[in-house]
Design a protein around this ligand. Sequence first.
Ligand code: ZN
Length: 298
Amino acid sequence: METAVSVDAALGFALPRRHARGRLVRLGPALEEILSAHDYPAPIARLLAEALVLTAMLGATLKHAGGQLTMQAQTEAGIVDLLVADYKGGALRGYVRFDPERLAEQPGQPSLFSLFGKGYLAITFDQALTAERYQGIVPLEGGSLAEAVEHFFVQSEQIPSLVRVAVDDGGRVAGGLLLQHLPEGEEGRERLHTRLDHPEWAHVRIIGETVRAGELADPGLPLETLLWRLFHDEEEVRLLSAVPLEKGCRCSLEHVRGVIARFSPEERAEMVDERGTISVDCEFCSRIFPIRLDDLDA
Ligand SMILES: [Zn+2]
């Protein structure tokens, strides 16, 4: 790797002697661009920033570039009604639907429980080549989204994992660390051999826990430098892929037109403005698509 990356990248690495692998992610300008499409109050922007880091971290583990990872939080009676973030080939996007009035009643950064109530986090892996789809669902419990994702790996996947995410005070830079223990001789052997108290894993986890929020969300600290700072005592740290991250949306006029076409003529008549146009905006990127009713009928 010739140049050190500090922002908008996911860096994969492995600690072969410890049977561990990991990802470091940091978002800067890409995060700012995604947030600038919305006018979210600080607590909601922070939540989306955390979700985007986690989405990038998991998305970068997909085997093929065409795969997609989607993280969706659904709630019952929370301030947040829906949170969606997805990743495809390094492109990230996301949005949050929430109740601004109930949020305004909360002082400071609301707890995960006030935001989500009784919520669930669904993580969906779509592998491109095999068209294989896998979805895991965990309750949104604990102190943060990162904690819920850690539970997802440990409980549903039986993979000892450490997940840390930090957002800087301004809410415009965010970073994260994912560490995972690979069962010895993963290929061809049962996952049952994975033990949470494996001494190698205990060691890796202890080191991972020393990472500070200020380091994860420091846009001036190259990811390689942070990796070295954490694991310089290890016999071998292998750098894997560095995936560039960017804001990306896959909305299109054709898709929006298709959605509107499915409404009945009566329903469409209610949506149309005085100029004969239905305006539909993409929830991810806030782009507005004006659909002319005449075009639909043609
Ligand atoms: Zn869009």
